[in-house]
Design a protein around this ligand. Sequence first.
Ligand code: CA
Length: 651
Amino acid sequence: MKRVTALGSAHVPEKWLPAFRTGHASTPDLGAHPHSAETGCALEPRCRPSRRFWFTTALISPLLLSPLAAAPASAGTAPALTCPAVMNLKIANVQFLSATPVAATQTLPAYCNAVGVIGKYVSKQDPQHDTYGIVFELNLPNSWNGRFEQQGGGGLDGSVTSPIGEAGTELSQGWAVAASDGGHENAPGNGYTPPAGVTWNDQDNNAGGTGHFAVDEQARINYGYNSVQQTTTVSLQIIAQYYGKPAQYSYFWGCSDGGREAMFASQNFPELYNGIVAGNPGFNLPQAAVAEAWNEQALAPLATSLDANNVPDVATTFTTNDLEVAAAAILQACDGLDGLIDGIVDNYSACTNEVVFKAFRNFTCPANTPPHSGYCLVPEQIQALKKIYAGPVNSKNQPLYSFWYWDAGIWDPPSAGVSLGWQAWNVGCAFCGPPTYNTAANLTLGAAAVPMVFTTPPVVTPVNGTVTSQEGYIFNYNFDTDAPKIFATTSACPQSAMEFMSATSTDLFQFQNHGGKLIIYDSVNDGIFSAVSLVNWYKSLPSPQSFARLFLVPNMAHCGGGAATNSFSGNLLTAITNWAERGSAPDQIIAANTGQVSPYPTGGGGLFNPLVAQNFPTGGTRPLCPYPQQTRYKGYPAPTNHYTGFSCVAP
Ligand code: CA
């Protein structure tokens, strides 16, 4: 297998590098960012880590996974140990913090909740010498079906999501389920309560915020990939001892950064998993983060006020109604390209700039019309959208990431619930009143990640400040001199962000050869990760249909939400287990539109074709189709609100 301790340059295929490799990446700029002081990895040799990779060698024994044979027995396996006895298990580098029996509820069966920390250490590299370690929770049902799932993390991690399964039903079906904090802990508060026994945290709002951990090289690597391998390896060891026999099947399922972890696992830890589900994967996250800065700088000139950090308040650039206008233009151009006017652009590959720009002209405000009228966009808004959807470039016009598909999901209507859609990522919350600070995720989560995690050495910046802030870093990001730092290394930080974060390898031979199966789903128009980038990766896989299938969901927001057929996790769980355990590949995944609570679209004063509300499948179902196939209406009189009225076809 590929050792995680030896992620060489081959890990990042050359084709992902073009614009960055021109004179910058191999000679990283170690100069301080004008708005910040550098610490952490830049402090050498004093802070040179002595314990780097010190617990990355505990690779799983082949004995911890039983051979792929019969499906899990329907009669569950009972534990061989009592729950509190888990505290006494001797597993290298693991300190158990609690092991608590949990009684059955209406939705969950009785189980044992085990909490521990893997590889706990006090950082020498972090100037504050914070404590770090991979905190994990493992839920062990009293009646076990032989399966294990690790849930992925999200964002910058820093907390443990309750392990019940990504589909929400795994623990209730008898799966053992684990989750971890990614190797560092956020501060308690803001809705986060650390597991009992976790007395440390690694957040410092004066020095990187939730990205503070990136001053420690081991914490960077734990976040990038090591927490995935370690948590699964330790969980499988606990399972084997707790039940007296090894897991029959092992899965990983994550979305967003968890989707990145899922793809990383398929490429680097192939023998650990039989099945992997990657949702909205940030598989090329450092480059996507460059686009976060690009988008905010494209919006900045439209802002009409400053926030408390003295930077453009981008919530003033596009209102929800403005994005409704943009969606109406995209639908006018592209809805019918799939043969059915229903508010869904299924033929996204035909929804080109040429047809969309033509429609934008129909929705451009007459001269001297004030912005935010609700029925047209001013030319400056349309120019900003064109710039954002074209993707970031440097001063030589070399692409730094990818362009994006046009999709009506740019409008995430209130009727579909406030989810992490295009507006939430790029513009900010439009429903929570005038913000003191920008609320766009690109300027909160992204602003913590870009200088700290995706830049080497990390640029340690306070979260807020009228002179220096993480938001300010994003608005001052230089696409010639800062963007190449995603490829940079130092002797103290020997793995670049692209090395410890990206999952862009197309060599999945070992995963495929081991019988592993991979299902990826993504939004056609995610607000943070370009589906075009993912499709290009997928198209470069050799014979992917035999072991890896990609399903794109129009209109869906980030990992769910939106006026979309976004309810499919249960069918997805069935699909991955049927494929991994019985070799039955998913030719389609049935998805329901349950995220919508009122007719779509709700307003807009006649912006939308009335056929949209008539045909959009409220409570109905559609098939999601494996790329390159797309969903197509079979034609009248087939129903437009039931999956039987549609088929999967090559465009
Ligand atoms: Ca359509």
